[in-house]
Write a protein that binds this ligand. Structure first.
Ligand code: UDP
Length: 238
C-alpha cells in the first residue's frame, strides 16, 4: 500500500474539487483536505503535476449562454483557473508542500509562465507543479490541458479526480442498476460512448498511450491507493 506504482503523475482537479458542496468559489476546508491527499502521495516520492479547472468560478459556456463572445468567455475561464492555481499553491504551502504555479497565459507579475523544461526540473526537485490557464487557448478545456501537460512532462498516467468514484455503465444518480467499471480499454470506452473526458482530451491520451484513472478525490485515501496501483475508480488503458 505504500509502494508507488508511478514515478510521475498528472493529476487533473476540476474547479468543483475546490468548491465542495458550496455553490461557488473555494472552500478552505475542502482545499485543505485535497492538499492532505496530495501530500500523502508526494511523501511517497511521487512527482506530481496538477492541472486545475475553473468551473467553480467561471466556465466559457456559461458566458456564451448570456450572449458573450466564446473566445472572450474562455479567456475569462482560463483566468479563473489561475486564481484556483494560486489558491491551491498557497494551501499546499500551508500543508507543508513545496509548489510552483506555471501559467499558459503570460501574467508574469502574478505567476511564472509555463516553461516545459523548468516544470520538469521542479518535478525532479520534488516540487508540485500546478499548471494554470489550461492550454492557453480558447475552445479547449482543462481536461485537454491535463492530457497535453501529462504528455509533455512524461507522466505515466493522468488521474482525473471527480465527484464520482469512476466510470459507470450509466449515470449512477439516475440509474440504480448502474455499475462501475474497474477498468476499460480506450476502444471499449469509445464504442460504448462513455464520457470519460472531452473528446479532444480523450483522443490525445489514446494517441499518446497515456492511461487515465478516474476516481473520487472526496474518498479518503483514494488518490494514494490509485498511485499505489490498487483497484480504485476506473482505469482506462490502451
Ligand atoms: N478554458 C479554455 N482553454 C483551456 C482550458 C480552459 O478556454 O485550455 C476555459 C473554458 O472556458 C473552461 C474554463 O476555462 O470552461 C474552465 O475550465 P474547465 O471548464 O475545464 O474547468 P473544470 O470543469 O475542470 O472546473
Amino acid at each position: 500500500m505504500t509502494t508507488p506504482k508511478y514515478k510521475r503523475i498528472l493529476l487533473k482537479l476540476s474547479g468543483e474539487a475546490l468548491m465542495g458542496n458550496d455553490a461557488y468559489g473555494i472552500n478552505p476546508q475542502v482545499i485543505a483536505e485535497v492538499c492532505a491527499e496530495i501530500k500523502a502521495v508526494a511523501d511517497l516520492g511521487v512527482e506530481i503535476g496538477v492541472v486545475i479547472g475553473g468551473g467553480n468560478i467561471f466556465r466559457g459556456m456559461a458566458g456564451t449562454a448570456t450572449g458573450m463572445d466564446r473566445a472572450t468567455a474562455d479567456y475569462m475561464g482560463m483566468l479563473a483557473t489561475v486564481m484556483n492555481a494560486m489558491a491551491l499553491s498557497d494551501a499546499m504551502r500551508q500543508a507543508g508542500l513545496n509548489a510552483r504555479v506555471q501559467s499558459a497565459l503570460n501574467i508574469e507579475q502574478v505567476v511564472e509562465p509555463y516553461i516545459r523544461g523548468k516544470a520538469i526540473r521542479y518535478l525532479e526537485e520534488g516540487k508540485v507543479v500546478i499548471f494554470g490557464a489550461g492550454t492557453g487557448n480558447p475552445f479547449f478545456t482543462t481536461d485537454t490541458a491535463a492530457a497535453l501537460r501529462g504528455s509533455e512532462i512524461g507522466a505515466e498516467i493522468v488521474l482525473k479526480a471527480t465527484k464520482v468514484d469512476g466510470i459507470y455503465t450509466a449515470d449512477p444518480k439516475k440509474d440504480a442498476t448502474a455499475t462501475r467499471y474497474d477498468k476499460i480499454s480506450f476502444n471499449d470506452a469509445i464504442s460504448q460512448n462513455l464520457a470519460v473526458m472531452d473528446a479532444t482530451a480523450f483522443a490525445l491520451c489514446r494517441d499518446q498511450k497515456l492511461p487515465i484513472n478516474v476516481f473520487s478525490i472526496f474518498k479518503a485515501g483514494a488518490l494514494k491507493r490509485v498511485v499505489c496501483g490498487e483497484d480504485e475508480g476506473t482505469l482506462v488503458y490502451c
